[in-house]
Design a protein around this ligand. Sequence first.
Ligand SMILES: *[C@@H]1O[C@H](CO)[C@@H](O)[C@H](O)[C@H]1NC(C)=O
Ligand SMILES: *[C@@H]1O[C@H](CO)[C@@H](O)[C@H](O)[C@H]1NC(C)=O
Ligand SMILES: *[C@@H]1O[C@H](CO)[C@@H](O)[C@H](O)[C@H]1NC(C)=O
Ligand SMILES: *[C@@H]1O[C@H](CO)[C@@H](O)[C@H](O)[C@H]1NC(C)=O
Length: 279
Amino acid sequence: MILVVLFQLYGLLLGVFGDDTVPVMEGDSLTLHTNTKTKQQEKIKWFFDHTRIAQINGDLSFICADVQCEDGDERFRNRLKLDHQTGSLTITNTTFTDEGDYQLQIIGSSSNSVKIFNIIVHDASTADSEEKKSKSVKEGESVTLNCQIKNPNDVKWYFNDLVIAEITGDQSKTCRGVRCEDGDERFRDRLKLDHQNGSLTIINTKSTDAGVYKLQINSSSFSIQRNHSISIISEESFSVTDWTLYLCVAIGILVAIVLMLIGLKGWRRRRSNHRQNYV
Ligand SMILES: *[C@@H]1O[C@H](CO)[C@@H](O)[C@H](O)[C@H]1NC(C)=O
Ligand SMILES: *[C@@H]1O[C@H](CO)[C@@H](O)[C@H](O)[C@H]1NC(C)=O
Ligand SMILES: *[C@@H]1O[C@H](CO)[C@@H](O)[C@H](O)[C@H]1NC(C)=O
Ligand SMILES: *[C@@H]1O[C@H](CO)[C@@H](O)[C@H](O)[C@H]1NC(C)=O
């Protein structure tokens, strides 16, 4: 009874916010936002699995991340970054062992708050081909680059550091291809953007479409960065392989004929030798 009351009081004091579910794919870079600026008397602490994995004090008197924190966790070695202005936590190259609840504690002089982020990591290697982050397509075919965030309101697709497609909360600013600010002529009329899940489809692919497509997903509580890589199997490389195949077959037939002729000659000679012996 006392425990329950204490627990409720503790909850009130801490001001627990709602949970956030964050879906990432293996290898993504993920930032969990604090939505605050670090203040002098404040401490921002991040916990995973009841282990403190990062902390920043507002006066910068103490900062630690992954193995630098005394109960530091090897699994995050060199993969955690803290923003010194906001205390936001970035996890690079996410992996399965990162899956779980992350607790953010903001400890101020007058009030404290706690927030939980639930991270789910999807497997990029065993996922069906729709989900794969690197794909090969035949020139001329279309390819879909997956986003799979439901009703995204801030999604940007980059190619060569140019924005080629974008969804924003403001419908009028949503764009693709040449209509984007740094609109790229190469994709003219060849991009389709799914407004329900942010996935991008390139139709009638060309050899110049090969490369890395960067996806940036932002929401108020997190951001995700993901790279998709596309390779294009061009018609030319097809004809080259066909051509070498034909050449190999032709050489093979030629060699077979030569061997047959040599064999036939030897057989005739042996036969004539036989005859001479009998005569
Ligand atoms: C994406 O690729 C760029 C280099 O092309 C790299 O700098 C960046 O870290 C990669 N991001 C992710 C999330 O893998
Ligand atoms: C990401 O992590 C995997 C193992 O989980 C490792 O093989 C790979 O090299 C890492 N990539 C980068 C860019 O650090
Ligand atoms: C979502 O993305 C997939 C491709 O990843 C696509 O096939 C599908 O049509 C998209 N739209 C919806 C509403 O699910
Ligand atoms: C969204 O992403 C861009 C690019 O990384 C960044 O500059 C911007 O601050 C982000 N917005 C939010 C709301 O996180």
